[in-house]
Structure formats: structure tokens, C-alpha cells
Design a protein around this ligand. Structure first.
Ligand code: FAD
Length: 293
């Protein structure tokens, strides 16, 4: 069972729990990106099982009034087993999204997976079940389905990848990058990553007509996005993690489109540990919660 201390960052262990969480967040004006926890499968069975779980979740979201969508990890759908398994499973999830009008995000994992993830995403997004093209803001609601991909500004290649996706249907979620790639392929200084993020954001606001997701909690990057929106007029959404700067999420939701990434599932311990380790304040929060019983 999910202990109360983990429930700040994880919506629960079941699909019903994340849908209930989505209902509460929707009431506060925040959309919810549901992530069924699971990654790095080296056998086909769990990848197939998670694909089925996503198909069911998408059907449930489609049958509800919720402003909710899903986000999948390539290694969860079988990329570490074989690229063909990932392609097959992602095709099923995307087909379910198209059938039930639910948007499908694809997370980005470590730098060795970018080519396979990007190639597959691009092929499906440009295909008949992909997304509505950049420039049609109608797909921004929950009804339209469509696809989006996460790109990481700490990778040197990302400026080129953004150019490649500029005319591709679908959205791009820009993040700084949660993995630790080597210096040959990545900016390793925080200041370099921040600079790259600023430049990538500017490119997106300039060249994309729509489909921009700012995946960051950084007030400086959120201000940057608001300034770019004022300059270029391009619509955008902000995405943040469940349990992180939630007051800011609520405040922002009054003036802009805000989506919260909410993980759920029985594999929560590894995810919870990552959240605690990435920030001193999160670890202190957990210690205080445990100490107060
Ligand atoms: P940081 O550079 O970590 O911090 C900058 C500033 O932001 C801090 O000084 C502080 O002011 C504020 N801040 C940051 N965190 C907190 C906090 N916990 N509490 C209070 N203030 C805080 N990474 C991937 O590699 N692949 C993905 O698919 C992916 N998907 C993501 C989806 C979403 C919706 C989000 C929000 C992040 C995702 N990430 C992903 C993680 C991302 O790459 C970063 O590791 C993470 O968001 C931290 O970077 P940051 O821009 O939020 O701010």
C-alpha cells in the first residue's frame, strides 16, 4: 500500500486512484498527465502488460469528462527488449489514444534511446493516427487525441532535433533532462543547460505555431516562456510534476494552460526515492512526515 509520505508525489497504486486524483486537480484548473510507473523491462511480458494497462486507462479517460492524458516511457513499452517491441506497443497505445480522443505523450529516457524514440515518434506522428498539425490550436483540449514527445535541452543534439520536428504534427515537451549523459553528447554545467533551454524555448516560440509544453519548475524558465509568449503570441502549456511547486501550479492555472504529471502504480518506491534524492527539501519533507507519524 502507498504510505502517506509517498502520496505527495504518487497518485496511488491503481488506475482508479490516478483518475480520482485527476478529478481533484481538474477542479483546481489543472490537467493531469497520467504515468503508469514502470521502466527498463528486459522481457516482453511486463512491456505487453503495461501496454494493456495503458489501453485500459485510455479507454477510461475517454469515457470520462476528465482533462487527462497519458505519458509512456519507451523502455516500459519494450525498447530495452527490442526496438520492434517498442514500436508495436507504442502503435497500440497511439491507436487507443486516437480511438478514445486521449493525448499520448512519449517521455525521453537516456541519450542512447533518443534515435529510436524520435524515429518512431516521428513516423507515427506524421502518420494518419498522429496529431493535428502545428498551427491548429483546436487540439489543445482533451477531446482531440494526438501525440507529443519530450526533448532534453542538456543534449547537444536537441537544437537539431527541434528543427527536425518543427513541421511535424504533435507537441514537444521541453525539459532540461533528468539523466546524466556524458560530455561528448551533453552540456554538463548547469549554466550551459539553462542557456540551451532558453535558446531551445526561443526556437520553439519562433518556429512552432502551437504544441509547446514547458516542462520545468524553474521560475526563470517560466518567466522566459511568458515573455516569449508575449513576443511571439504562440500558445503554450506548462507541465510540472505532482508534489512539486503545487501552489505555483494552481496560481499559473489562472492565466495559462497547466498540466501536472502524476505517476501511479505499484512500482512507486523507485520513483519516490528519485524525488527524495534530487532535492534536499524533498528529503526533509519525507523525514518530517515520518517523524510526525
Ligand atoms: P531545476 O534546474 O532542477 O531547478 C531550477 C529551479 O526550479 C530551482 O532553483 C527551484 O527554484 C525550482 N525547482 C526545481 N525543482 C523544485 C522543487 N522540487 N521544489 C521547489 N522548487 C523547485 N526528464 C527527462 O529526462 N525525460 C522526461 O521525459 C521528463 N519528463 C518530465 C515531465 C515533466 C512534466 C517535468 C516537470 C519534468 C520532466 N523531466 C523529464 C525532468 C526534467 O528533465 C528535470 O530533471 C526536472 O524538471 C528538473 O528541472 P527543472 O527545470 O524543473 O528545474
Amino acid at each position: 500500500m502507498l504510505p502517506p509520505v509517498a502520496s505527495r508525489f504518487v497518485a496511488g497504486e491503481s488506475a482508479a486512484a490516478v483518475l480520482e486524483h485527476a478529478r481533484r486537480e481538474n477542479d483546481r484548473g489543472v490537467g493531469v498527465i497520467c504515468n503508469h510507473l514502470g521502466e527498463h523491462y528486459h522481457e516482453r511480458a511486463p512491456a505487453d502488460a503495461d501496454t494493456v494497462a495503458y489501453e485500459r486507462l485510455i479507454r477510461d479517460i475517454g469515457a470520462s469528462e476528465l482533462r487527462a492524458c497519458v505519458s509512456v516511457k519507451p523502455s516500459q513499452l519494450g525498447l530495452s527488449v527490442d526496438e520492434s517491441v517498442f514500436r508495436e506497443n507504442l502503435a497500440r497505445v497511439v491507436a487507443a489514444g486516437a480511438e478514445h480522443g486521449v493525448f499520448v505523450w512519449v517521455d525521453m529516457e537516456d541519450h542512447t534511446t533518443v534515435d529510436a524514440t524520435l524515429d518512431t515518434f516521428e513516423e507515427y506522428a506524421r502518420g494518419p493516427r498522429g496529431a493535428v498539425h502545428h498551427g491548429t490550436s483546436e487540439r489543445r483540449g482533451r477531446e482531440q487525441g494526438g501525440m507529443g514527445l519530450c526533448l532534453q535541452s542538456n543534449l547537444r543534439r536537441t537544437a537539431d532535433d527541434l528543427r527536425r520536428l518543427a513541421d511535424c504534427p504533435g507537441k514537444v515537451r521541453l525539459v532540461k533532462g533528468a539523466y546524466d549523459p556524458p560530455a561528448e553528447v551533453a552540456y554538463t554545467e548547469k549554466s550551459q543547460v539553462n542557456e540551451a533551454y532558453r535558446e531551445d524555448l526561443e526556437y520553439m516560440f519562433r518556429e512552432f505555431d502551437d504544441g509547446i509544453a514547458v516542462g520545468s519548475h524553474d521560475p526563470a524558465m517560466l518567466t522566459r516562456a511568458a515573455d516569449l509568449h508575449a513576443d511571439y503570441g504562440t500558445p503554450y502549456e506548462v507541465q510540472m510534476l505532482m508534489g512539486v511547486r503545487e501552489r505555483a501550479q494552481n496560481d499559473l492555472a489562472r492565466t495559462c494552460d497547466v498540466w501536472q504529471y502524476a505517476p501511479y502504480g505499484t512500482s512507486w518506491p523507485a520513483y519516490f526515492r528519485r524525488r527524495l534524492l534530487e532535492r534536499k527539501e524533498n528529503a526533509l519533507f519525507a523525514l518530517r512526515a515520518i517523524a510526525s507519524g
